[in-house]
Design a protein around this ligand. Sequence first.
Ligand code: ADP
Ligand code: ZN
Ligand code: ZN
Length: 724
Amino acid sequence: MNRLDPSPEGGVVRIGVVVEAPQHSGLLGVLDYLCPTALPPGTLVRVPLGRRVVTGVVWETQDAAQATADDAPASAGFQLKPVAEVLGGLPPLPATWRQLVAFAAAYYQRSLGEMALMVLPPELRQLDAVQLQRRLKRLDKALAADPVGDASPHPTGASAEPAVPALPELSAQQAQALQTLAERGAQPFLLWGSTGSGKTEVYLRRAQQALDAGQQVLMMVPEINLTPQLEARVAERFAGRRIVSLHSGLTPAQRLRHWTMALQGQADLVLGTRLSVFTPLPRLGLIVVDEEHDPSYKQQDGARYSARDLAVYRARLEGVPVILGSATPSLESWHNALPVAEGGAGRYVRLTMPERIGGGEMPRVRLLDQSRALKPTMGQAQPPLARELLAAIAARVERGEQSLVLLNRRGYAPVLHCSDCGWKSGCPHCSAWRVFHKADRTLRCHHCGFSARVPHACPDCGNQDIQPVGRGTERLEEQLAEALPGARLGRIDADVTRHKGALEAQLASVHAGEVDVLVGTQMVAKGHDFRRITLVAAVNPDAALFASDFRAAERQFALLLQAAGRAGRDADVAGHSEMWIQTWHATHPLYQALRDYDFEAFAARQLQERQMAGMPPYASLAMLRAEGKTQQAAQAFLEAAAQAVQDLVAQAPEASGLILYPAVPTPVQRVANVERAQLMIESAQRAVLQRFLNAAQPVWLALAQQHRRNGLIRWAVDVDPLAI
Ligand code: ADP
Ligand code: ZN
Ligand code: ZN
């Protein structure tokens, strides 16, 4: 029934179909096909492309006769191929979805074809009409058999009547935030609230209103695997509704099913990671972006979009409110939410919730001067942590309270070293050291994944005594176990949680009180609602103070504050909760602001520096990135690219401050034998930067073709880059 046999009496219509067209093909991705009937834009179709049949989206429709009259003969109707079949059964993708995709493609300098197909569930691109039909039927059956949501990832059991959960009484600041949300309607809001101030409760209440009004809600979180609690909370609160999740951890079939439920309006609430910003939602009424400052909202390869920024765009497009929530907003969002009178852009409505629920206080911050604290006492081995800190942890173990020790470096030691000849465990494929992992006795490169058994002797001189230098979470755990006999240690990092279910199991044992001291990377700092933690210690947080990336301080402040938020979440333990910072730079302004929990002061200072340096949010950036067989090849392309657009730069208005910086190697310049370089482009005016990039793109495409012969492997434009 989906076959499109050209009927003699039916007219023939020419339609534009978007198919996958990689950016570097230079094609936009809209190809013309013939169809016996006009298909509404947004319809999913299968079309012949070369020798394959691929999935595409109808973008525009026009009458073939009309088209033939208007266009050059080459595109005349009779030469075009017919559409193979319509992927029937699914409603067309909404117009707003197409607008969002078109905007994202243009803004992030990708082809429409790449963007549109990339954001569809991968499985959808594999299925033909018959297979899809079968899937849809199965889904219908499942939904019919379960009117309240057993098809969702959280089966609510067989109870026909969803239990109405008892709602907590709102705090005054929550009530105020909700009132402002109600008054201001379809605006972007920045919900700035301490960790534990009840931001999630505000999302849930506002979501409830949208659901009651028959609308759909899109709720975004940075990393769904790290926030099982939020998923559970949402499912519990909206037990009578269909909740679906959308993230890369789903099976292809699940992802297609959840996406389909969203498109068909069967899912009431979508909880997802960055990719979910593109979910077609015909009844969208609210978007929430939790932890809006989190870097994982920015896609780091391919189409490098920011899901946070697209969420704001989408909300405006669809005329719905968007709530960006954070205890430490990104400085971009902060600036947008600052009133004009205070030097801000005044674009977002700011909602402020400084107090933790139940009067819980943030832990007291203790800055521990490492240069003094770690001085070894005569005849004793150096302790893994400063003695005072160890004592504070030991006291908590004694009392049955928990401690969290944060070290943002996994593995046992970041490098092995031979003291005889100076050999170090470098990666043969990268400009980086290989990390020593004791558990499986390997040296692993965290950049390319290259892994080998630890050698018994120095590969260069045969010395048998090669030593680990420095320390990662694995070693810290070992050292703490020795220093705190009887304490139960636990660890959470990417190594421990590699296996499915391992993170959940480890978290469960922390919640059950089976762990006294938890060692972890930044993974544990985010979102977890630990109840018995009364001490958080950051062991080596100084690197960010001197990083070349201008966002390093912002990220570090957010991480430390978030980590601090893991402590004292219950009022009965909040009084004696502490956040320890073991640092060589105790007087640094970042730590001073942290000690006072003064995000405003920190942000004001950062914004001042950014303004003086002409950095975001006072300027827009794009990064032209290149990868080559040699560093010289990568840089040669970038230099030629800059040269080739000199006249475009010259045409830009003086006041726009459009600047191309010199090409430089990236911070880790070689990864997996590929050399990487980058060139920063800056303008005080976003629109000027956009116009420039649009004009430069075809020039660079042509140039890249030539440079491929000279060792250029890949290149890309990264608009609003996060990592500099
Ligand atoms: P945030 O998202 O700002 O970190 P949460 O919404 O997770 O804060 O709230 C922290 C804790 O306080 C949670 O356990 C939550 O259930 C509880 N909570 C939130 N709002 C209220 C309220 N109004 N009354 C009582 N408890 C609340
Ligand atoms: Zn040696
Ligand atoms: Zn490597």
